[in-house]
Design a protein around this ligand. Sequence first.
Ligand SMILES: C=CC1=C(C)c2cc3[nH]c(cc4nc(cc5[nH]c(cc1n2)c(C)c5CCC(=O)O)C(CCC(=O)O)=C4C)c(C)c3C=C
Ligand code: FES
Ligand SMILES: [Fe+2]
Length: 428
Amino acid sequence: MALCTPLTNACKRATASVPSASATSVLKPCSSRWRRGNATVAPPVTQDATSSKGPTAMVFMNMGGPSTTDEVGDFLSRLFADADLIPLGRLQSYVGPLIARRRTPKIQKQYAEIGGGSPIRKWSEYQAAQMCMILDKTSPETAPHKPYVAFRYADPLTEEMYGKLIEDGFGAGKGGRAVAFTQYPQYSCSTTGSSLNELWKWRNRLEGKRATGEVDPEGSIKWSVIDRWPIHSGLVEASAQNIEKTLATYPKGRRDNVVLLFSAHSLPMSVVNRGDPYPAEVAATVYAVMQRLGMKHQYRLVWQSQVGPQPWLGAQTSDTVESLIKKGQTDLILIPIAFTSDHIETLYELDKEIIGEAEQEGVRRVESLNGNPVFIKALADIAKAHLQSGSACSPQMTLRCPGCVSERCLAQKEFFAGQAKHLSAFSQ
Ligand SMILES: C=CC1=C(C)c2cc3[nH]c(cc4nc(cc5[nH]c(cc1n2)c(C)c5CCC(=O)O)C(CCC(=O)O)=C4C)c(C)c3C=C
Ligand code: FES
Ligand SMILES: [Fe+2]
């Protein structure tokens, strides 16, 4: 499937270093023991010969994106139905689909222009499978590690992933271990929080008793969460190396005066004022990357992808680029800092709308992390440290936003924090 034709430069780089979509569209267990011909067989949830605590399911959570333009409608209707992302009150189930339907043709055109769909599934499956292969070596105590992907708004959805976990023998009375690993480095209640609320919902539906919703505490899947990793040294290193690569494309005489613009998806001010941790955590990533680069360049953190009429956190990426160019600063590097793979916000908004319209050869973009081996090694390091820690989630995850009134958040956080008591069986 040719997702990336016609290709942008970033997309060309991406397709060059990843296996074809067909090769990655079916998750492959990290251990050959789980393969029989082409069929995936259920892993034994009993202990492994070389380890005492595995197998471990590693679930990559992200928002996902439509793999084809035909999937855009469903993607947007799920997105506008999510009250954790876009709260529309009692009218959600009526207004959400209406907005989604109206928006579909415009967004379909954008996906068509980036090659016919979002590459996020291909990258997520690749990253998860590669990470598990590393983990099998670096954390034999918890091996084998099996990769899963759970998207919030596109296939494979959370319920599909959960069904597979049960089918593969992690639940259903076996009490296997699964780690929900957010692929958003910085925590927002509208992104990671929403995915966790969804995971918690499907856990109750698929593992609860039909009549009472009660869940067997012993036999159900034991969950822990990697909820944020904004300043992990491997993430910082991978981003810094990519920036250095792009800096090296400028002639020596211009290089020191290039301005670095770190660009992250914005948040509505209502979410910022509720006390969402994301802006501070994105800023922490930016500062750590700048420290790694020796603070040698001028930089700003700017915000992109505002949707709708309400006030959003600024300064906007597009306005900033325009204003700097007007002031004569035409050497600018755009750095996506809150997404770990390419999608519409990099391939369309940054490359086509902002860089394309700037019409300045000095305005360039850093490639996304995608299949970057330094980044994938970082994912494995983060996962290993988590598996060794025995913790259910970070202490920070259990503190709700000062302005949070969501019962879902409360119950979800209580559930995941409460998993700590079950994890001792898996710790070394
Ligand atoms: C860290 C990343 C993201 C945050 C924070 C975030 C918040 C957020 N988003 C919307 C509304 C939309 N986002 C849309 C697409 C989209 N959003 C992100 C990431 C974050 N969103 C990504 C990676 C994508 C693209 C997916 C892909 O191509 O693979 C869309 C759909 C596109 C459109 O209609 O413009 C909407 C809508 C809100 C309201 C919000 C914070 C509350
Ligand atoms: S909205 Fe942040 S914890 Fe509920
Ligand atoms: Fe978004």
